[in-house]
Ligand binder design. Structure first.
Ligand SMILES: C/C(=C\CNc1ncnc2c1ncn2[C@@H]1O[C@H](COP(=O)(O)O)[C@@H](O)[C@H]1O)CO
Length: 269
């Protein structure tokens, strides 16, 4: 490190905490040599009149990120059993997948699950509609987008996020299973994030149901015939995925998993 004294200890834990112009500890951050700042954090906090550029800085954003986690955890902590439903924002009301998603939200509510969606149009709106009409909890985790920002009218518990990654944590943390309807990049991103977290054991194994074999079978064939064949995943990883065409079967997979020790109503961890 530039400006570091040759006799400086290597590890923070060994550093003698004395104030000098060559050494400064600021919370978990150690500064030495030319990294030591002339003023302390408190001095900078209390000095006024430095304009408003700071609201566009990363440290300020970190506070907003924290606030999103606090709001999300606070709103969802007592949600109870839930399933995250992913799928296209572009599915029209006349598409059979729209009606299937309505039915899915309804059946999940009847089985005692809240439905969590991205709160947008298409499949999200349909699943929220089914959940709300059946008297279930209908959650919308909205995202601020340049072209679209309002939650669909079927959401009964909604949170609007600035940051995609904070919103993702909520989809994962509060669900006991995922149902993935046909969709585009956003849907695939959510599917593969879920698979990766389960595969790497960052998250408890729980079912990932792909709804619509005509849409998903090409991808699943490729995952088996190419990715697995070339050794880039394992049979166990692919065992996480269930492909179905029937709403009752999708709900059954989630309920059965819960019965066998998953994170559902009867098997909560
Ligand atoms: C593109 C359109 C609306 C965008 N509005 C969205 N609102 C909330 N969540 C969204 C939106 N778009 C994508 N998502 C998330 O990604 C998944 C769907 O993405 P896809 O690319 O459409 O498959 C979905 O599960 C959401 O979580 C049109 O008006």
């Amino acid at each position: 490190m530039a400006g570091l004294s040759p006799r400086a200890p290597r590890y923070a834990g060994h550093v003698k905490k004395k104030r000098s112009k060559d050494y400064r500890q600021q919370g978990p951050v150690i500064r030495r040599g030319d990294q030591v700042q002339a003023t302390t954090t408190d001095q900078r906090l209390l000095q006024g009149g430095s304009g408003s550029d700071w609201v566009h800085t990363d440290p300020w954003r970190v506070l907003r990120i924290q606030a999103e986690f606090v709001e999300g955890f606070g709103a969802l902590a007592e949600l109870g059993p839930a399933v995250s439903v992913f799928g296209s924002a572009r599915t029209s009301k006349s598409d059979p997948m729209y009606e299937a998603a309505v039915e899915l939200g309804r059946r999940l509510a009847e089985a005692g699950y809240a439905t969590i969606t991205g709160g947008g149009p298409g499949i999200m709106e349909a699943a929220n509609k089914g959940a709300a009409e059946a008297g279930g909890v209908s959650v919308g985790l909205g995202i601020e987008l340049p072209f679209e920002d309002s939650l669909n009218k079927w959401v009964s518990l909604g949170i609007n996020f600035r940051y995609f990654f904070v919103r993702k944590v909520m989809f994962l943390k509060y669900a006991q299973g995922f149902v993935v309807m046909p969709g585009g990049f956003g849907t695939l991103d959510e599917l593969f994030e879920s698979l990766t977290l389960v595969q790497t054991r960052k998250m408890t194994r729980f079912p990932i149901v792909l709804f619509g074999s005509a849409y998903w079978s090409g991808l699943v064939d490729w995952l088996k015939g190419r990715m697995l064949a070339d050794g880039y995943n394992s049979e166990a990883d692919l065992g996480l995925i269930h492909v179905v065409d029937d709403v009752d079967r999708a709900v059954e997979i989630i309920v059965d998993d819960a019965r066998h020790g998953g994170r559902g109503p009867s098997g909560a961890e």
